[in-house]
Design a protein around this ligand. Structure first.
Ligand SMILES: *Cc1c(COP(=O)(O)O)cnc(C)c1O
Length: 357
């Protein structure tokens, strides 16, 4: 059988969740499980996150998936609804939604009576400078006051554009805008911290923190390793050696014949490729781990296979290769490919087998 397997480590996931609790002991935790739990498979993650206060998702179908899996935690739709038709479903299930533009507000008000939405938590999104979603500072106070007068429990929320760069001047501007709105709406609950912000600004944890990437044991920072952050990798992506070839000097490898053997060498063909979600484009030399040692990729990654240099190693057919996980961190694979761990995790395909461990 072709081996390409994603292992999801429950102990590591719990460890990272506990790390959030230790860093933000006074805040409630909205565990972000959008995009199929950052590619980890939401069903394989909910159990280990059972102690969370709520789950955060990007859309209604992701929220329904949590209910279908049997979990009754509060669920927040961090982008709210995408059309009026979704609002009745949201209210029926008592999902908490973000409201970030005027139409969403109207839809909520239009449907609230029918579904007895009294007291429901609504997350009112401030556009504090990212200019992606949210009400501008000039109008948000009125929106909050209206929702409060209609009997909703409002949470003032925003998102940092540069939380991964603590010294970026935009951060101060966004924080000041948030605090100014808070003072005009006091008392009101607040939430602004993703993983990077949880580490950077303990004073901004407020009522709810919203960790995503740190739960999965990848770093939100380009320059801080998970070891430094006290996190453990949750996903291990493995494949196996499906062929071994001996090359003579000058032999070429793979599509485009990009690699030329500088000397006699042994290479292993590994049963994973971009069809599984392993990145094809590489910028810098990239490595996999085999028998606990890092070995370089050579030539182009194919859809189903890639090649590695195993010269001078005793490697057997069928040997396990770690593409990322414990010995080769997803953050390092991401760097070698000019991207971030988030993207590599999320864009895994459904092709590798999945196993909860
Ligand atoms: C995805 C997301 C988060 C989590 O961000 P991480 O960087 O993965 O911790 C938090 N808040 C919002 C609004 C998000 O969209």
């Amino acid at each position: 059988m072709r081996q390409a397997t994603v292992y999801i480590d429950q102990t590591a996931l719990q460890h990272n969740f506990n790390r959030v609790k230790a860093l933000a002991p006074n805040a409630k935790v909205v565990s972000m499980v959008k995009a199929n739990a950052y590619g980890h498979g939401v069903k394989d993650c909910l159990d280990a996150l059972n102690a969370t206060d709520s789950f955060g998702v990007a859309c209604l179908s992701e929220a329904l998936e949590i209910r279908q899996a049997g979990y009754q935690h509060p669920v927040t739709l961090i982008e709210g609804v995408f059309s009026e038709q979704e609002m009745p479903v949201v209210l029926q299930h008592r999902f908490e939604c973000v409201v970030h533009h005027a139409e969403q507000l109207n839809w909520l008000l239009a449907h609230k009576t029918q579904y007895n939405a009294q007291g429901l938590k609504v997350w009112v999104k401030l556009n504090s400078g990212m200019n992606r979603l949210g009400f501008k500072p000039e109008v948000i106070v009125d929106v909050i006051k209206l929702l409060q007068s209609e009997g909703f429990h409002c949470v003032l929320t925003m998102h940092f554009a540069n939380a991964d760069e603590p010294d970026h001047p935009m951060n101060r501007q966004q924080i000041d805008t948030l605090l100014s709105i808070q003072s005009q709406c006091a008392p009101i609950e607040l939430s602004c911290c993703n993983s990077a912000a949880i580490y950077n600004w303990p004073e901004l944890h407020f009522d709810y923190v919203r960790p995503g990437i740190m739960l999965y044991g990848a770093s939100p920072f380009a320059d801080r390793s998970i070891e430094e952050l006290g996190l453990k990798p949750v996903m291990r992506l493995t494949a196996s050696v499906m062929a071994i070839n001996h090359l003579n000097t000058g032999d070429r490898v793979g599509y485009g014949s990009l690699f030329t053997a500088p000397h006699a060498m042994d290479i292993a063909i590994v049963s994973i490729g971009y069809g599984d979600g392993y990145p094809r484009a590489f910028i810098e030399q990239n490595y996999v781990s085999i028998n606990g040692q890092l070995k370089p990729l050579i030539g182009r990654v194919s859809m189903d296979m890639l090649a590695i240099d195993i010269t001078d190693e005793q490697i057997e057919l069928g040997a396990e290769v770690e593409l990322w996980g414990e010995k080769r961190l997803v953050d390092d694979v991401a760097k070698a490919n000019g991207t971030i761990g988030y993207e590599l995790l999320c864009r895994l395909t459904q092709r590798p087998q999945r196993q909860k461990i």
